[in-house]
Write a protein that binds this ligand. Structure first.
Ligand SMILES: [Zn+2]
Length: 340
């Protein structure tokens, strides 16, 4: 069978590999159909000094799969079921797992496709307790956007920012995989959506998604436009993931008591914070990373109800690296996928 393997930092190759053994008790064997690309794949490809891992390592953290075999004791799934696997091998028994806050697990056995073997291979075994079933009517490409991107948005907007109908939200980088999903989810909820993009072409696409106001951050200071659009009040929620370039402006865009939720720092990890501004304005700043397992099911249900992710392009497995290069260049609008 095929496996797309990272042999060393920045050295990716398509190889033939023996198929996995039959699934162990509690595991399922999955045929991988579609893999979603995310910034975690870019970090994994470049290499990160603190990530301990053994090469070769199959890449791919986000996937949609079909169950092909069951290990002993698996009663919740059947061969032919379509599933989305949760990428982190969380323990299921620690205090945080028992509270269903798996993204705070105290004993994570690694993130698939990053620390340990991932999903860019034809077949792989995975714990049956760590999958979400794909509802009928949701196609595999849409489902392949869920485990990392859509579930991250779900967790940020609802568990963390507690976004409510009628609120105003600023979505940074509306053309990104998660930004485009956030626009659609917030609009479906009944929010007013302001978003930033880096080109006029992306601005038109963001308007097509339903964004009420689109700001080209290369030609306008977005925080000034946001204050004008909100009659100087600011927005209820800022959806952040761009980091250093936008941090100060994002805070200036918040109204008193507003919430800023962030899951990334693609433009750089360091920014300053005015503590006077933080407490006087009563901001709530919330870090968000990954999602609990329940967010995968909620995201899939939201897709089934018609709030679909935005897919920019689908590549064959051998072009995974070309997809990574596009993601790194930010020349995307929506999600990039790889089909097996
Ligand atoms: Zn745990």
């Amino acid at each position: 069978m095929r496996a797309l393997q990272l042999l060393a930092d920045r050295d990716l190759a398509l190889a033939q590999r023996d198929p996995p053994p039959p699934p162990a008790p509690g595991e399922v064997q999955l045929r991988v159909r579609c893999v979603g690309l995310n910034h975690i794949d870019v970090w994994g490809f470049r290499g990160m000094a603190f990530a301990k891992r053994l090469f070769p390592l199959a890449v791919g953290a986000e996937a949609a799969c079909e169950v092909v075999a069951l290990g002993d004791g698996v009663t919740t799934l059947r061969p032919g079921d379509r599933v989305v696997p949760y990428a982190a091998l969380v323990c299921g028994t620690c205090r945080e797992c028992r509270r269903r806050r798996e993204n705070l697990c105290e004993n994570v056995g690694g993130v698939r496709g990053f620390h340990i073997d991932g999903f860019a291979q034809d077949l792989t075994n995975h714990p049956a307790r760590l999958v979400a079933k794909i509802p009928d009517g949701v196609d595999l490409r849409d489902a392949a956007c869920v485990a990392v991107a859509y579930a991250t948005v779900e967790h940020m907007l609802f568990d963390n920012a507690q976004l409510e109908p009628g609120e105003t939200i600023l979505v940074q980088a509306g053309g990104s995989g998660i930004g485009s999903i956030a626009i659609r989810v917030a609009k479906a909820l009944g929010c007013t959506v302001i978003t930033t993009v880096g080109s006029d072409d992306k601005a038109a696409k963001a308007r097509d998604l339903g964004a009420d106001h689109v700001i080209n951050y290369r030609t306008d200071r977005f925080e000034g436009v946001v204050r004008r659009l909100t009659a100087r009040k600011g927005v209820d929620v800022v959806f952040e993931h761009t980091g250093a370039d936008t941090w100060a402006g994002s805070l200036l865009s918040l109204k008193r008591g507003g919430r800023l939720v962030t899951c990334g720092a693609t433009s750089g990890p360091s920014a300053s914070l005015n503590l006077m501004q933080l407490f006087q304005q009563q901001y709530r700043i919330i870090g968000s990373f990954g999602s609990p397992l329940s967010a995968l099911g909620r995201a899939l249900d939201r897709i089934a109800s018609g709030v679909r992710p935005v897919i920019d392009a689908v590549y064959p497995l051998e072009d995974f690296q070309a997809g990574l290069a596009r993601l790194e260049s930010r020349d995307v609008f929506g999600k990039l996928l790889v089909e097996l």
